[in-house]
Each structure stands twice: as structure tokens, then as C-alpha cells.
Design a protein around this ligand. Sequence first.
Ligand SMILES: Cc1ncc(COP(=O)(O)O)c(C=O)c1O
Length: 443
Amino acid sequence: MPDGTQSRQTNTLEPFWMPFTANRQFKSAPRMLVSAKDMHYTDDQGRQILDGTSGMWCSNAGHGRQRITDAIKASAETMDFAPTFQWGHPGAFDLASRLVNLFPGDLDYVFFGNSGSEAVDTALKIALAYHQARGDAKRTRLIGRERGYHGVGIGGTSVGGISNNRKQFGTLLGGVDHLPHTHNLAEMAFTKGQPEWGAHLADDLERIVALHDASTIAAVIIEPVAGSTGVLVPPKGYLEKIRTICDTHGILLIFDEVITGFGRLGDPFAADYFGIVPDLMTMAKGLTNAAVPMSAIAARAPVYEAFMQGPPNMIELFHGYTYSAHPLACAAGLATLDVFAEDDLFARGKALAPKWESAVHGLKGQPNVIDIRNIGLMGAVELNPRDGAPTARAFDVYLKCYEKGLLVRQTGDIIALSPPLIVSEGQIDEMVNILGDAIRETE
Ligand SMILES: Cc1ncc(COP(=O)(O)O)c(C=O)c1O
């Protein structure tokens, strides 16, 4: 090993070990974003890049919202930090109260973290501790789903179902099982919205229950619409069946709404859209319009109440983060909720969904396009993989889109889109036209 001094460099791209990035490819041809406003990024060449992915499924109200920036500034000037272990600050309670009014059903309590990954690991820990609090400590198994993405904590990685995200990290948590994913090209290619086929895949949860026995299972965690794997829309009736099976067997249902929360489907949460109340619900990204990192976990009243039993001076849940409910994040969250309400952005997303659907499905028939999927303001175009080089074609399309001034997301051989809810109809057409050109120009 060198002694750490010889290779010190300044002002270079080298030291930043980039997350989920081909570091060497990026550093040989950097794509550097330097500012953002409304629907556009500006890159270091001064080019305008239309944002087809809300940053990374997160800037739902568009970029550089003045109200949010002002709230963060004012908060930083008033109080840079306040602990929330055994202390409090008003912003934390204000935001929690505003959020629970937005949540469906009796999701009446909220715990704060800083990222989607933390929200997921927190929800899994709450599920385990909930059963223990009720004297049911044998319930320790966690059930995820193939192709699921639940962040990068050891819990989220374990219940996640994307092979590349798991295979470098050994055996991960024990006692985890996975439902099958719901995607089937033969049965549902080019479906608009929810596929008719596939509700029966939820019955696999009964098989898992029979295998392990319900008395050993703590929780099932799924994304209501699987996002990061490339927008897999749940078949009609599927989520309803999962909810029923969980209820039958006393298993907690966790919806991971890190992507689907805050208007992505045109309702506050996918839980509202599908009319199903989970027991725990994770969220992040759109919560602060991504201006300050923050995540949250909503819990139904009976879950919270199960913890509020022992002596009142005892800590009920030995869990939390230094930055849980950080004042800047709370200020950003409150201002973001104001922006959503004032601009009626969820309704705007809902009104635009039919236009979005017909625009993205307009790419049917382009070379190598083998599927198109959509729901709310989410869309995905799946490409036929190149022989012997999976993901290469979609990566080339992604690079071409960037050259042409459009930010899209590439995952495997899929291009995913999720524009800010402020997108105009003209900008939807622009996105689809650029993506279509990029697909046609890619071998
Ligand atoms: C459903 C879901 N859960 C969890 C996460 C992890 O969030 P973070 O990257 O903020 O840790 C993501 C990120 O995309 C996600 O889509």
C-alpha cells in the first residue's frame, strides 16, 4: 500500500468514488450539472437539459422553488441544528402533523430519517420490534420481492430483489424470502396502466406462509409500483390480494413509497391511488422536493400504540438518527407541502396522466422497443438487449438523450421517465421526441 501521500491530487475528478456509476466511464467523459431551475438543468457547457426524471424521481415540484429555498435559508439562520433524542423543535412536530393529515387511513404517526434506505431499515426494525412488543417475538422473517428496490442498507439490500445490488455483499440477512416479480412480457407487453394478467402472483405469499408458517413472518415489503427496476405496474387485484393475505396471517404490510409518494401517481400516495392502507409506509425524495435529504416512515395507530405500554419514562423504541427531523429538512418539508397545495400539483399530475400515457406509448414500433409501461407520471421503455451485451443499448440511448438535452434514467435495458409534476404538455412531447430520436439512432 502506498503511504497515502504520493497520490494526493487536487482539483481532479479522481477522488470522488461515485455511487452507482461506472466511475472510469464517467471520468473519461463527465456529465456535469451546474444549476437547475423549474424543468431544466444547465450543464457546465451552458446547455439546457430537460429533466425527464425529476432529478432521480425526487424533484416533484420542479427545481429551484423559491419558497423552499427561502424556508431553508430562514431555518439555517435561526437554528442550524437541534437534537430530537429527548429534545424537540417546533418544525418537527409541525411537519409530522401536516404529514399525517395527508396520509390515508389511520397512518397517524411518523418517524423521520434522512434517506429512503434509512426509512426502509427503520420500517423493517419497527416491524420486528412491533411483534416483540406484542409478545410475538417469533415473527422475525421478512418477505421482499424479486426486482424490488429498497435502498442500500443491509436490511433494504436483503429484502431487495435486484441481483446486481445483492451479489457483491455475501449472504445478507438471514430469514428473508422473496415473492416473484410481476413482470411478464408475453402476457402484458405494451399494457397501458395496470395489466389485467398477474393478480394470481400474489398467491405465492400463501406458499411462503405455508413453507415458513405465519407465526414466523413479521412483514412483507413491496413497492406498490416497482420503480428503480424499470416501472413494473401492479396487475389489477394484485395489491388487494397481498393486503388480504397479510391480514389473514397477522403479517404487517409495508409499502415502500419512496418513489410513488407525493403525487407521482396523481394522488398523495400510491396507497390512495390503489385504495389500500399499508401498516407502515416509507417515503423520502418528494418529501422535501429533494432540496434537503429527509425520509419518513408512517405507522398505523395500532402499531404505535403497541409500543406505548411500559413505564412512561422508558424509551419505547431504541432507534433514531442524529439527523432525524433535522430543522432544515423540516423547513424544506413544510415549504414543499405548501408548494404542492398552492399549485395543486397532485391534481395536475393526475390531469396530465392520459396525455403522458398516449405520448410514451407513441414510441411503440420504434426499433428494439419490446415494451412500454406507464402509470401516473411514470413511464418506461424496455429495449431488446444486445446479444452478449446486456444494458449496453439502453446506456447508449441514455447517453444520446443527454447529448440531445434530455435527462432520462437507465436501468438495465430500460429507459425510465418520471418528469416533475410541473411538466407542460409541450415538454412531454419534447421528451418523447428526443427519446424516439435517440432510440432510432442507436444500433
Ligand atoms: C422504493 C425505494 N426505496 C428506497 C430507496 C432508497 O432511497 P435512498 O437512495 O434515498 O436511500 C429508493 C431509491 O430510489 C427507492 O426507489
